[in-house]
Design a protein around this ligand. Structure first.
Ligand SMILES: *Cc1c(COP(=O)(O)O)cnc(C)c1O
Length: 435
């Protein structure tokens, strides 16, 4: 499969190049030159297949020419080694839990698959693949744990000192092996600026084989389609065929993958993009004006994105036809007060504890259900385990949150971190000293 740039369909590269470039030189995003459709018989009988089997079939359709089946199977088996259960809450309402991976967030799907694809394509190069990543929390944990122990790779994570949650800090700093953490005495933007400058530094590029683990990497998008098909499979076992997905959205990679799955033949009826105060897309679907704004901070901070980087992919999938897009995507926006009320309501009504992102997806699912009658089931996506956001919950709910083994196994481990200031020279000297 060749991948083109959303800015220029004639600019095409093989999958391997799209993965290592992350971004085309013209700053578009990579998209598959054709969207393959899956065999309708396979789709109708999805419930006969496991998540890993579905993942392999979907991956084969997209990149089967680029990675031989036996290798792709190995990649899928290593990367997608945890469950994504659909839990029914009510008749016609269920939650798809995507937080059972090592970092307790759905970003594990993308990060684990991408890390193994990169390692696979690196075997001909004897140099270590150096992954530089700036994080405000969730991405870094998923990338660190995704690459942990992957041969031929080393990950350097930069995070803003004192600005990540205790569990996130544990996930970033206690790994050892091929993962190292740097706390920067500054902001997330400072971390990002340092990583960017390193990528533009020819001296560094001549001695290191550098790559980013950027969230817009095509190798992170592809594995996120897997769980939509698998969710549909689980509903089929209950005889449900009409499904609406509600997705908590920030950079719109998650819902973008859902829409790619739809174009590949997933029989979803509709998608609902749930947003917080960062509602650029919600406004766009209302008035047709795409007006990005600076991001504002909310309780659901992984969705605090004013200019969603994957939006151009979604427009591209629908041929930039807003009317066609609106047939299949709706969007609703909610405040922090709504989010707190939703966390409480989910707890009181269903005994379910949802992270703030998930709570917003539930609100959007309910808003859609109010507007549309019909015989469909609504599935809202749970993108992170609630224990990652302890400060959001009232104490009587917080005490009920069970801490998963992924966290308890890190507790008590030695924190290993290098402290640096925001100056580039210090960062560069550090990198060179560890060649
Ligand atoms: C990253 C993230 C999101 C947003 O996902 P996008 O693909 O950027 O839209 C939502 N919830 C959680 C917990 C996340 O970590």
């Amino acid at each position: 499969m060749q991948f083109y740039s959303t800015n220029n369909k004639n600019l095409r590269v093989p999958f391997q190049e799209a993965v290592f470039n992350s971004l085309p030189t013209d700053k578009g995003l990579y998209m598959p030159e054709t969207v393959p459709t899956l065999d309708p018989y396979f789709i109708q009988h999805l419930h006969r297949h496991s998540l890993q089997e579905i993942a392999l079939t979907v991956a084969k359709a997209l990149i089967g020419e680029d990675i031989p089946e036996a290798d792709l199977r190995q990649i899928v088996h290593e990367a997608i080694d945890f469950d994504a259960p659909v839990r029914p809450l009510d008749s016609g309402l269920a939650v798809l839990e995507l937080f059972h991976g090592p970092s307790l967030a759905f970003k594990d799907f993308g990060a684990r698959f991408m890390s193994r694809v990169m390692a696979y394509f690196s075997t001909e190069d004897s140099r270590v693949l150096d992954v530089l990543v700036a994080t405000s929390g969730d991405t870094g944990g998923a990338v660190a744990l995704g690459f942990l122990g992957v041969p031929g790779t080393r990950v350097t994570i930069l995070y803003p000192k004192g600005k990540v949650s205790p569990i996130q800090e544990l996930q970033l700093t206690t790994n050892g092996q091929n993962i190292r953490a740097i706390e920067i005495d500054g902001t997330f933007d400072d971390c990002q600026a340092l990583v960017k400058e390193a990528f533009n530094d020819n001296e560094l590029r001549s001695v290191f084989r550098l790559t980013s683990a950027n969230s817009i990497n095509i190798a992170r998008l592809i594995p996120q389609t897997f769980y939509y098909f698998h969710a549909y499979a689980q509903l089929l076992t209950q005889g449900i065929k009409e499904v609406v997905f509600s997705v908590p959205s920030g950079n719109f990679g998650n819902i973008g993958a859902g829409l790619l799955a739809f174009k590949m033949g997933l029989p979803a009826q509709h998608f609902v993009a749930a947003t917080n105060a960062n509602d650029t897309v919600t406004r766009f679907l209302e008035n047709g004006q795409y007006e990005p704004r600076p991001s504002v901070q909310t309780l659901a901070n992984a969705m605090d994105v004013g200019n969603p980087s994957n939006w151009v992919r979604i427009m591209d999938l629908f041929g930039n036809d807003l009317a066609a897009l609106k047939q299949i995507v709706s969007s609703f926006t909610f405040t922090d007060a709504d989010t707190r009320a939703a966390i409480q309501a989910l707890h009181d009504r269903y005994g379910y504890i949802a992270c703030p992102h998930t709570a917003i997806a539930w609100l959007a699912a309910e808003a859609y259900r109010k507007q549309h009658s019909g015989n469909f089931a609504t599935v809202f996506l749970s993108t992170a385990h609630p224990c990652k956001f302890p400060e959001v919950f009232p104490s009587e709910i917080a005490v009920e949150i069970a801490i998963p083994s992924q966290v308890t196994m890190l507790q008590g481990r030695e924190k290993e971190v290098v402290g640096l200031r925001t100056d580039y020279k210090g960062f560069k000297n550090y990198l060179l000293s560890t060649l």
